[in-house]
Design a protein around this ligand. Structure first.
Ligand code: X2X
Length: 340
């Protein structure tokens, strides 16, 4: 002890003023990054989105030699989707993956991919969302002070679950108390089925199902699994009633303040991660029906045709075509064929 103390004071005396100037700067750069960002999302840590977001954050840190540190907050830790949307606009959150349908409360065009039964399969989804319609939506997002990365991440084709009865036909939805995310498109669609939709943020869904505030909900299998919704639901109807994806959003003011070379590294890695997440979800999906059946969910298939007819007869497609406008609607129909 005695010797060390003596040695240190000798060293300090020897280095003099320069040590006092440089030591703190050195310590800071070794311990903390120059750019620290918060990335929020509503999914469990076990969902592929979080695995790939973390992988991207690690690559970004390495490629920027530690200058950029992105901390991920899963499971709505920073607040519900509705709260986080306000926070990213205010700049309190830097990055946020949000369903386009929920984003539509701010950017109406962003829900268009959720139009009921629009997409027949994944190849059509990616062709559309990586193509003109996706570019159109990103341009609308840009107008509200947010930036969307080019690659939309997969949430998935949504399926309906219930604690009370299987949903096999549109008639089963009459009066059905179903949780929907906070978005006019979801409410409108389930009203068109004569169901009784309740808008609830995802961080409250498990308990809303458990306490039977609602009978059912709808989500892709990857979420039914990773959020453990099978623990509080009995039936799963494979309706594939819409495709939903997550835009990776950045606060525009913060984004444009990042040096261009760093921005390029971040965007590249986030877009790569989005593509990897799509593959992970596809792999997961392949085994999920049997895995969830093993955990007690009873599955049934549902023919899309009568559901689609019900929506058509209720005027759902013509109403939403009017809301989105000719340009957006024709970009969608160019990919998926005529809807109305
Ligand atoms: O809230 C949901 O149901 C979820 C997790 O799928 C979305 O983010 C839209």
């Amino acid at each position: 002890m005695q010797i060390k103390t003596t040695r240190r004071s000798v060293l300090a005396a020897g280095l003099g003023g320069s040590a006092a100037l440089f030591a703190p700067a050195y310590i800071r750069s070794a311990r903390a990054a120059e750019f620290n960002y918060k990335f929020a999302n509503n999914l469990a840590l076990t969902h592929p989105l979080n695995k790939q977001a973390q992988a991207a954050a690690d690559r970004i840190k390495a490629e920027t030699n530690g200058r950029v540190e992105i901390q991920i907050f899963p499971s709505s830790q920073l607040g519900s989707d509705t709260d986080t949307l306000s926070q990213i606009r205010a700049g309190a959150v830097d990055f946020f993956t949000l369903s386009g349908l929920i984003l539509s409360t701010l950017v109406p065009a962003a829900s268009i991919n959720g139009i009921g039964f629009a997409f027949p399969d994944y190849p059509t989804v990616w062709k559309t969302m990586d193509g003109e319609l996706g570019a159109y939506v990103r341009a609308q997002i840009d107008k509200v002070g947010l930036v969307a990365m080019d690659t939309i991440w997969d949430n998935g084709f949504r399926q309906m679950t219930s604690s009370s009865k299987p949903i096999t036909s549109p008639a089963d939805l009459k009066g059905f108390k179903i949780r929907v995310p906070v978005s006019p498109l979801w409410t409108s669609m389930f009203k068109a089925f004569d169901a009784s939709p309740a808008s609830i943020n995802f961080n409250e869904v498990y308990s809303a199902l458990q306490t039977k505030v609602v009978e059912g909900q709808e989500n892709p299998l990857a979420i039914i699994s990773t959020a453990k919704l099978y623990e509080v639901q009995k039936y799963c109807s494979l309706t594939n009633h819409m495709w939903d994806g997550f835009w990776l959003l950045a606060n525009k003011r913060i984004w444009e303040g990042i040096p261009a070379d760093i921005r390029t590294i971040i965007a590249k890695n986030f877009n790569m991660a989005g593509l990897a997440e799509r593959e992970d979800v596809a792999k997961l999906n392949a085994g999920l029906q049997s895995e969830l059946a093993g955990k007690g969910l009873t599955f049934n298939n549902a023919d899309a045709a009568p559901f689609r007819d019900t929506l058509r007869k209720a005027g759902f497609y013509s109403e939403w075509k009017g809301k989105y406008g000719e340009q957006a609607w024709s970009l969608l129909e160019k990919s998926v064929g005529s809807l109305s």
